[in-house]
Ligand binder design. Structure first.
Ligand code: IDP
Ligand code: MG
Length: 158
């Protein structure tokens, strides 16, 4: 069932950080109405990155992908909200920026698949695995957003 506390893992990749796109990407998720529950700037180890992309281990670009993701700091985030996994993917655009529509993050801000600036969980199961890989439970912050009652229909006014 759809839940307003659904969570997804979003990461701004090293090229997005180096190109100064952190603020622009966070702005889009904030302005949509999703709630930020965790965020950190981190230079991920190759072991973590290999595990993060383990499903792609047999693809020819796997080694290069791990190298790219290890090339600099990443902004790792958890965002929360109704349908955030699927909507987050729509906001990202297609894996290949060449197939991404204008208005999406990849459609507006990058050009090639191997430098596509952002990661977003791509199935219902993946956020749980990815969030626990990148964050300790105590790093996920529980708080009440004052905008909540203006974003969701069935919330009582305080
Ligand atoms: P996604 O990031 O849209 O979920 P995946 O298929 O899960 O796409 O691939 C993970 C990442 O691997 C992509 O975001 C991209 O950085 C990289 N990648 C995917 N396909 C290619 C390719 O054909 N060449 C180089 N890198 C690729
Ligand atoms: Mg994926």
């Amino acid at each position: 069932m759809a839940s307003i506390s659904e969570r997804t893992f979003i990461a701004i990749k090293p090229d997005g950080v180096q190109r100064g796109l952190v603020g622009e990407i966070i702005r889009r998720f904030e302005q949509k109405g999703f709630k930020l529950v965790a965020m950190k700037l981190t230079h991920a180890s190759e072991d973590l990155l290999r595990e993060h992309y383990i499903d792609l281990k047999d693809r020819p670009f796997y080694a290069g992908l791990v190298q790219y993701m290890h090339s600099g700091p990443i902004v790792a985030m958890v965002w929360e909200g109704l349908n955030v996994i699927k909507t987050g993917r729509v906001m990202l655009g297609e894996t290949n920026p060449m197939d991404s529509k204008p208005g999406t993050i990849r459609g507006d801000l990058c050009v090639q698949v191997g430098r596509n600036i952002i990661h977003g969980s791509d199935s219902v199961e993946s956020p749980q695995k990815e969030i626990s890989l990148w964050f300790k439970p105590a790093e996920l912050i529980d708080y009440r957003s004052c905008a909540h009652v203006r974003i969701y229909e069935r919330c009582r006014f305080p």
